[in-house]
Write a protein that binds this ligand. Structure first.
Ligand SMILES: NC(=O)c1ccc[n+]([C@@H]2O[C@H](COP(=O)([O-])OP(=O)(O)OC[C@H]3O[C@@H](n4cnc5c(N)ncnc54)[C@H](O)[C@@H]3O)[C@@H](O)[C@H]2O)c1
Length: 319
């Protein structure tokens, strides 16, 4: 297996191309794990989940956000996620406490200085992510790996703001990040094999399944998913069915969640930003056009579960 893989690598790891074909589950290569400390920037839905997944896997984590209030909220959320997992018998109290002790929170960027891998999970805006990579370049060592959890933006464009684009990579987790197994690993134009292997090693250490994706808008999963949401919104907008009916039908057809339930979980603002980004990056291809319903919901601050109301009302529910 190992020999077969090395031959394959020799043949396929030319610059700019993946060492296995896109979408392949990486199974053949098991790099040694050198990373110990992980920084996570953005303590929202995804950052909290990534921090938790990393701490549960034994990494020391520095969780960063722009204000202490956001960090306190994140710490409460992480506590609630662990409580839920231990109620279900999936996490012991001892492991939960050990993981909590491994997470430090800080609104000061300088505290990310010693992290070997920093994962950016801030808002889905190219300028914000570029600014973060640029600031990280000023404080971290040249060996530090900068990863972005962007859902749709170009890894190459984000990496262009870093001093060392070769040390940048896309690590696209899914929501909830401490539970979902799949992680897309995306190589930017300059990303080295070493960074790809270390990223792969980290993902495997989390007990997750790394999948290679090319640096195309939305990568694999989110590009496929655009029409799952988009067409559902158009059906509802045309008055053909309600969001409850569409969700029920899709669940009846074997989907774990319907498109509206999923949009509420992701965050209407995040989902709208991702759709806009994919639409723009494909030069306005009509099949990716965002829907006005989503825009209005963002304007009304109906962002889904995180604000208590989206397509559904969560104010009375505890989930
Ligand atoms: N929500 C999902 O289902 C999902 C899934 C996969 C990937 N993503 C991607 O992950 C990223 C974060 O999404 P989210 O849903 O967690 O968003 P979110 O709105 O829940 O959280 C974003 C957090 O980033 C913080 N932030 C903003 N600018 C910052 C900065 N300059 N420095 C530090 N922190 C900053 C905000 O204060 C907020 O706490 C986005 O790029 C999104 O596309 C989201």
């Amino acid at each position: 297996m190992q020999l077969l893989h090395s031959k394959r690598r020799k043949k396929q790891n030319s610059k700019g191309d993946n060492f296995l074909f896109p979408g392949s589950v990486i199974i053949a290569f098991n790099p040694p794990i050198h990373l110990k400390s992980i920084g996570v920037i953005g303590a929202g839905t995804m950052g909290s989940g990534i921090a938790l997944a990393s701490a549960l896997a034994g990494y020391d984590v520095v969780l960063n956000d722009i204000s202490d209030a956001f960090l306190q909220r994140a710490f409460r959320n992480i506590g609630a996620l662990m409580e839920k997992a231990s109620e279900k018998g999936k996490l012991s109290i001892a492991d939960a406490n050990a993981a909590a002790l491994r997470i430090r929170t800080s609104s000061h960027f300088e505290h990310l200085k010693t992290c070997e891998l920093v994962i950016e999970a801030a808002v889905e805006k190219l300028e914000t992510k570029q600014e973060i990579f640029s600031r990280l370049s000023d404080i971290c060592s040249d060996d530090t790996i900068f990863a972005t959890n962007t859902s749709s933006l170009s890894i190459t464009a984000i990496a262009s703001a870093a001093k060392k684009p070769a040390r940048c990579v896309g690590l696209h987790f899914f929501n909830p990040a401490h539970i979902m197994k799949l992680v897309e690993i995306i190589r930017g134009y300059d990303t080295t094999d070493d960074v790809m292997y270390r990223a792969e090693g980290y993902v495997k250490q989390l007990g997750k399944v790394p999948v290679l994706a090319k640096d195309y808008p939305g990568f694999i999963v989110n590009r496929v998913a655009r029409n799952f949401y988009g067409e559902a919104l158009r059906i509802m907008g045309d008055g053909n069915a309600t969001h409850e009916q569409i969700d029920r039908i899709m669940q009846g057809n074997g989907f774990a969640m319907g498109p509206f339930q999923l949009m509420d979980l992701i965050g209407i603002d995040v989902n709208f930003a991702v759709t806009e980004s994919v639409y723009e990056q494909f030069f306005g291809e009509s099949r990716f056009r965002p829907h006005l319903i989503q825009q209005k919901m963002v304007e009304a601050h109906l962002l889904g579960r995180k604000t208590g109301r989206g397509f559904y009302d969560y104010s009375e529910k505890k989930s």
